[in-house]
Design a protein around this ligand. Structure first.
Ligand code: ZN
Length: 261
């Protein structure tokens, strides 16, 4: 089988998904770490392959670790922050951006902090786990763009606020933190309005995001799942694709184009 933009004939599942999208008046995407794997960002939940293989994320990327030992937190997170900034979107991100441009996708809800949906050109992106784009002072709420964070480090390698010298934290949701209420409310509203929730690269196991497909199903919407590995919703999916996310979504866009032509 060939690689790029496989024809819908070679991917009947992609044609089925294209049909679902065509029939839907409100399609919303929900994406997880799997959509960024083809960009080279490992999924820490994949055993043996993850970024977190040598450290315990619950220990290092936990809000208590940030507060209790910011030096250790930043020694781990500082290179990660800049490393993540260097990745580029892949055809799966681009496919979702293209669907939005065509009016076939309402929004992307993402668990990812890597900003690759924005880089790919998606406009309405709800980042329920925050993003690396900014970091904020934990006391005075001063906010710093990622590019400016590097200038905040003191001699101990801890980022401190230029104004009040308090700790600055990346605006990502650390373990032990609640998800941002506003983003979650928007995600819930979208999931309940969606005729089709297109779940891409998420194992759909981490709550509260994992509850969004239930919301869509309860309102009579359908769900489609494009991800490698099992999810708790596999039996509920109208379409279930388990190939490479970049190839699958490229094929979906190609199938939509073919029918339109
Ligand atoms: Zn401050």
């Amino acid at each position: 089988m060939t690689t790029t933009a496989a024809s819908s004939a070679s991917r009947p599942g992609a044609a089925d998904l294209a049909q679902l999208i065509r029939a839907s008046e409100c399609t919303v995407a929900l994406t997880g770490a799997g959509i960024s794997v083809p960009s080279g960002i490992p999924d820490f939940r994949t055993p043996g392959k993850g970024l977190w293989e040598k450290v315990d994320p619950m220990e290092v990327a936990h809000i208590d670790a940030f507060r209790g030992d910011p030096k250790r937190f930043w020694s781990f997170y500082r290179p990660r922050l800049h490393g993540l900034d260097g990745f580029e979107p892949n055809p799966a991100h681009e496919a979702l951006a293209e669907l939005e441009r065509r009016g076939a996708l309402e929004a992307v809800i993402t668990q990812n902090i890597d900003t690759l949906h924005h880089k790919a050109g998606s406009e309405r992106v709800i980042e329920v786990h925050g993003s690396i784009r900014t970091a904020s002072c934990q006391v005075c709420d001063a906010t710093y763009e990622l590019a400016a964070v590097e200038e905040l480090f003191d001699d101990d390698g801890v980022a401190v606020c230029r104004g009040c010298t308090s700790l600055v934290k990346p605006d990502v949701v650390l373990f032990g933190e609640l998800l941002p209420a506003e983003a979650m409310a928007e995600a819930e509203a979208l999931a309940s309005r969606a005729d089709l929730l297109l779940c891409v690269g998420s194992s759909l196991e981490v709550y509260p995001v994992a509850g969004l497909p239930s919301t869509t199903l309860a309102r009579g919407g359908r769900i489609a799942i494009v991800t490698q590995g099992p999810t708790p919703y596999d039996g509920d999916a109208a379409v279930r694709l388990d190939g490479d996310v970049a190839e699958e979504l490229s094929a979906v866009v190609a199938a939509l184009s073919q029918r339109r032509a």
